[in-house]
Write a protein of this length. Structure first.
Lengths: 245, 61
């Protein structure tokens, strides 16, 4: 990835939710805030959709509500009501959705399709996840899916960087190794044979990939919390959520 | 394996990328997500042992 693009990404992701919060009562910066909010919503629609499914909404209603919620949030500058002191985007979004669906019962038009931002890639996968997570409450399902969305976004950015660097194949080989236990991992020698690279090169590339992944994920988390000091706290919270049995 | 398309801000990895990684490593999706998250924390969090993987698969998402 070129340095200019990397710096741009760093700048954007270090200010995303903070930008939205600061713009709450400023008309001048509302365009920038809406842009940041739209970007965040595109990334984090899935936890909301899964939350609604877990709440018992039919698939089509959950899709309509998710889309209607984003349209409502952006059109009505819902971020103005975010807690400027301690609000994380994860908490804000879920609270706002709960408020929205309570109101939507009285506002039939909110259930109509096509009112605003179109949510992409609504898939069958989410329903399978709901089925497997039968013992979790809707709020827990939301947090778990939020964590997964963060990781997916970080992996995707890493994939894009690798593709631009001509290392897409290497990325595909090494990505699963980032979380592999040694006893279950595909041996480096086998990956080396398949990728026509030396095992020592692969180990070095994996170390680079891990370091870059780590930086990207921290940027993604930073984009959802008001202060940089909250990144570790948010990561620890999500780890605890996922550790719950 | 993972790349589907490369068009700007659109995702180039499939939504089930985590499931693929979980299957390759004989882990649950929740374990995979947690391992990816833990790696972004300071190493002291690993040494404390509070975030180590359970020996048994934990519940999936």
């Amino acid at each position: 990835m070129c340095r200019e693009a990397e710096n741009h990404d760093k700048l954007f992701f270090s200010t995303c939710w903070a930008t939205v919060l600061k713009a709450g009562d400023s008309a001048a910066s509302s365009v920038q805030a809406l842009s940041a909010l739209s970007e965040l919503c595109q990334i984090y629609w899935r936890p909301l959709y899964v939350f609604l499914l877990k709440k018992g909404y039919a698939r089509e209603d959950a899709q309509d509500l998710t889309q209607g919620f984003f349209a409502h949030l952006i059109k009505n500058r819902g971020y103005v009501y975010a807690d400027q002191e301690k609000g994380r985007f994860r908490s804000f979004l879920l609270a706002a959705l709960k408020h929205f669906i309570a109101d939507a019962r009285d506002r039939e038009h909110a259930l109509k399709r096509g009112g605003g931002m179109v949510v992409e890639n609504l898939d069958d996968n989410a329903e399978a996840q709901i089925a497997r997570g039968a013992k979790w409450q809707a709020d827990e399902v939301y947090d778990r899916e939020w964590a997964a969305s963060l990781v997916r976004q970080a992996i995707d950015r890493l994939a894009q960087e690798c593709a631009l660097a001509g290392k897409a194949d290497l990325f595909s080989c090494l990505l699963p190794r980032l979380v592999a236990r040694e006893e279950s991992a595909v041996p480096y020698d086998e990956i080396a044979r398949r990728s026509h690279r030396a095992a020592t090169t692969l180990r070095r590339e994996r170390a680079r990939l891990r370091a870059r992944y780590r930086a990207i994920l921290r940027e993604e988390v930073r984009a959802t919390v008001p202060e940089v000091t909250e990144v570790d706290q948010e990561l620890r919270y999500l780890c605890r959520v996922l550790a719950a049995t | 394996m993972y790349s589907k398309r490369t068009n700007g801000n659109k995702l180039i990895t499939p939504p089930d990328v985590l499931e693929e990684i979980a299957a390759i490593n004989h882990l649950t999706v929740a374990e995979v997500v947690r391992l990816f998250l833990v790696q972004a924390l300071p190493e002291t969090d690993w040494k404390l042992g509070t975030l180590e993987l359970s020996p048994r698969p934990i519940a999936s998402i």
